[in-house]
Design a protein around this ligand. Structure first.
Ligand code: COA
Length: 260
């Protein structure tokens, strides 16, 4: 698939995905979502990809939300379909990606933009970034998982305050309340995200993906996270990576994992 609205580049086993509509503050129109879905599916399937770094083009915005111009005349059914498809192909696909996905929040992360960042496994923000879920100013609510993921990350009280006031918060506050993992100067943003991904790249890939799956199960309705953990733990013993990891430890050398 040729991309028009995102840049996608695989370098040293990291897939760099940049949402590239800076003139519209990287707002997520339908085509951008289709391209993102394709890039995430590639990351999930490709053995070459060990991690994903997701960011926005330019210095102003990560993503300023879903593209409002596209859904201004939607019906009830179209609204529900938009949300349902977005969940399945992009937002849940990112959360369930077997490779770690790090959001490098380089500016405004609003509405669908913050929801996109929240679907990622780790969030690093530039100190200039601003975050919020302003949907109620449009007569909407977050539709790409924002009510659920924000609540899981910051707790019910703060989620209700942020969503119902529509207030934006600073990167510093986002870090304080657990919405982002770290805040760095903008110039250091990509480097910080790479530092984390490069560290994860050295770990056993199958174990990393099993950990993501088990952690995702925490608090998920219909899933027994403890049971998923127990099964995934057991499966690790059947991997070459476990044999390599244990041998390397006993032989006092660094493990070299192959993801088998
Ligand atoms: N959907 C569609 N277009 C958007 C957009 C969105 N979510 N966010 C920004 N844009 C467009 C603007 O319409 C403008 O396009 P134009 O130059 O063709 O008029 C361009 O991006 C630049 O945005 P602008 O509003 O002029 O920048 P600003 O610096 O004055 O304000 C924001 C920045 C982020 C505060 C403002 O763009 C904003 O409030 N955006 C919408 C945020 C939102 O409600 N998101 C949730 C959507 S569900």
């Amino acid at each position: 698939m040729t991309y028009q609205h995102i840049l996608s580049e695989l370098r040293e086993n990291i897939l760099y995905i940049t949402i590239n509509r800076a003139q519209k503050l990287n707002a997520l129109n339908k085509d951008t979502l289709t391209e993102l879905a394709d890039a995430i599916a590639f990351a999930t399937q490709s053995h070459e990809v060990r991690g994903v770094l997701l960011t926005g083009a330019g210095e102003k915005a990560f993503v300023a939300g879903a593209d409002i111009s596209e859904f201004s005349s939607y019906t009830v059914e179209q609204g529900e379909t938009l949300a349902r498809n977005g969940h399945a192909t992009v937002f849940d696909a990112i959360e369930n990606c077997t490779k770690p996905v790090v959001a490098a929040i380089n500016g405004f992360a609003l509405g669908g933009g913050l929801e996109l960042a929240m679907a990622c496994h780790i969030r690093i923000a530039a100190d200039t970034a601003k975050m919020g879920l302003p949907e109620v100013t449009l007569g909407l609510i977050p539709g790409y998982g924002g009510t659920q993921r924000l609540t899981a990350l910051v707790g019910k009280g703060r989620a209700i305050e942020m969503i119902t006031t529509a207030d934006m918060i600073s990167a510093e506050k986002a870090e304080r309340i657990g919405l982002v993992n770290a805040v760095v100067p903008l110039a250091e943003l990509i480097g910080k995200a790479e530092e984390i991904l490069n560290k994860i790249k050295l770990r056993a890939p199958l174990a990393v993906s099993a950990a993501i799956k088990a952690i995702n199960a925490a608090g998920t309705d219909g899933q027994n996270g403890f049971e998923i953990e127990i099964e995934a733990f057991g499966k690790c013993f059947g991997t070459q990576d476990f044999k390599e990891g244990a041998s390397a430890f006993l032989e006092k050398r660094k493990a070299v994992f192959k993801g088998h």
